[in-house]
Design a protein around this ligand. Structure first.
Ligand SMILES: Nc1ncnc2c1ncn2[C@@H]1O[C@H](COP(=O)(O)OP(=O)(O)OP(=O)(O)O)[C@@H](O)[C@H]1O
Length: 299
């Protein structure tokens, strides 16, 4: 269980994080979403014990991570640009990880060679960007962390490796209760992979929810009436967006599907549909509702 309580962080007058609250359940895959500069990397680096927060608390399994060697042994952070010692081969880097991480599993490292088919005797800096990313996952997954923190992790991986890496992570979550925190701009990826979502905006967590809850509480409504729309149409709901297309009104509405159906049906529409939103659409509308300048995109 990861708990972030009232965390703030400032860089030279820029408030990167403001009173951030966040809760990540053990053995969940938590997707941290946010616009550029929202503070995702800063938060992940605090969670990994790389940065120290100015105020607030960060607990992993009840203990603080900053300058806590025991806890750092159980947490692996994969930065958006992987870092390796220059001129080290994969094997040399693996030996370094082996000396650093108590839970290092040599058998697994050998087994993962079937997936990451890279030459372990090669110097890592000679590999392509995607191959270096593979090495980072190879080392991380062989270290058997309790918590895996990933900053924009899948960039540069080809689709086959991407799928295999995700399967390995999901397997670790299921089999040994690893907890995963992943930041991404790729909402489709997060939608497929995560079970919890947190949205960070201008240094603050807007909300965090189980993905299933998030998707069940916002809907796209298409409705048309004979003549003008009834005044009562929008009244009971929080409408994030509304647009008229000919006689059809398109709305993005917060609320339970059953309540929306019940309310609108009793207004006798001549056309009526309630559709689910993709996570990408939810993100755009939730951000729009907070005043973030997103174009009104009706997908
Ligand atoms: N080392 C630093 N020194 C000064 N300012 C920083 C530093 N790191 C981050 N910031 C500032 O803190 C804010 C949050 O940055 P951060 O990198 O955490 O955002 P992000 O959500 O990861 O962004 P992106 O999605 O663009 O990578 C930004 O305004 C950034 O300029």
């Amino acid at each position: 269980m990861i708990e972030v309580i009232g965390v703030t962080k400032e860089f030279d007058g820029t408030e990167a994080l403001q009173n951030v609250q966040m809760h990540v359940k053990k053995s969940s895959i938590y997707g941290l979403l946010g616009t550029n500069g929202a503070g995702k990397t800063t938060l992940l680096k605090i969670l990994a014990g790389i940065y120290k927060q100015d105020s607030g608390k960060v607990h992993i399994n009840g203990v603080s991570i900053f300058e806590n060697v025991n806890m750092k042994n159980k947490v692996i952070f994969l930065a958006d640009i992987p870092y390796f010692f220059s001129h080290y081969t994969v094997r040399q880097m693996a030996n370094y990880y082996k000396s650093m991480y108590e839970a290092w599993n040599e058998e697994r490292f050998q087994m993962l060679h079937n997936i990451f088919t890279l030459d372990a005797t090669q110097k890592i800096h000679r590999f392509s960007k995607g191959m270096q990313r593979q090495v980072a996952f190879w080392l991380a997954l062989s270290s058997m962390p309790d918590v895996l923190i990933l900053d924009e992790p899948f960039d540069g991986l080809d689709p086959v490796i991407r799928k295999k890496v995700k399967n390995l992570i999901v397997q670790d979550v299921a089999e040994r209760e690893m907890t995963v925190l992943v930041s991404s701009h790729n909402l489709r990826e997060v939608e497929d992979f995560c079970d919890h979502i947190g949205i960070l905006h201008k240094g603050k967590i807007l909300f965090e929810k189980e993905l299933d809850d998030l998707q069940s509480n916002i809907h796209k409504v298409q409705v048309a009436f004979k003549g003008e729309d009834p005044e009562a149409l929008l009244q009971p709901f929080h409408v994030l967006y509304s647009e008229k297309r000919g006689s059809v009104t398109l709305m993005i509405v917060k609320g339970e599907k059953a309540d929306i159906l019940k309310h609108i049906q009793q207004l006798n529409p001549i056309l009526f549909d309630v559709l689910p939103l993709s996570l990408e659409e939810i993100f755009v509308y939730e951000m729009g509702d907070t005043g973030y300048a997103v174009q009104n995109i009706m997908v």
